[in-house]
Design a protein around this ligand. Structure first.
Ligand code: S3P
Length: 188
């Protein structure tokens, strides 16, 4: 039995179906689009940050503050290892999950990776005050930090199977575009 909590029972998902992984900067809408996509496709959703916070019994900023970023990255990695046993889920990891190459190689192939591409200024606008709940952005120049994260990650983000430019799309538009580009529907 799965040790993680998802929106639907993971046993409802077909283990032979590849996971769909949403990647992109904080503020790109991975959690929101992930929830809509999971709903649309009838698949379980796993939001990594929500699950990690639930397991640790503390918020992501507290995990970073009290245990450090390296520990958080280990927790992300451990969750990724568990997901190799399952399939057919929509996965929404935090924006830095791609920084560790073995996270990707564990799941992909066969998983499909979807990059929600957003400019740093629009990401910051969309996050508003909640930008400060991201420990890596809760610094004097959040725009500079986001740009730095993007340049460190862009090659991996851009290596996704599909890229959706979300600057001018709302979460429903993003979801429809993903379903269209992947050629998926409820049965897919
Ligand atoms: C992080 C992004 C956050 C969260 C943590 C680290 C990152 O998730 O995992 O603050 O390294 O970009 P979101 O991308 O959902 O904001």
């Amino acid at each position: 039995m799965a040790t993680f909590l998802t929106s639907l029972d993971v046993s409802a998902a077909d283990p032979s179906v590849p996971h769909l992984i949403l990647v992109g900067l904080p503020g790109a809408g991975k959690s929101t689009a992930g929830a809509l996509l999971a709903d649309e496709l009838g698949r379980p959703l796993l939001d990594f940050d929500t699950e990690i916070a639930r397991r640790e019994g503390m918020s992501i900023p507290d995990i970073f503050g009290q245990r450090g970023e390296a520990h958080f990255r280990e927790l992300e990695h451990a969750l990724t290892v568990e997901l190799t046993e399952f399939g057919g889920m929509v996965l929404s990891p935090g924006g830095g999950w791609v920084a560790r190459p073995d996270n990707l190689t564990l799941l992909r192939p066969p998983a499909r990776m979807i990059y929600l591409k957003i400019s740093s200024s629009i990401a910051l606008q969309r996050m508003g005050a909640s930008a400060t709940s991201r420990p890596l952005l809760n610094r004097p120049n959040p725009k500079g930090e986001l740009d730095r994260l993007l340049s460190a990650r862009i090659l991996v983000y851009e290596s996704a199977d599909i890229v959706v430019n979300v600057d001018h799309l709302d979460p429903h538009g993003v979801t429809h575009r993903i379903v269209e580009l992947l050629g998926l529907g409820r049965a897919g």
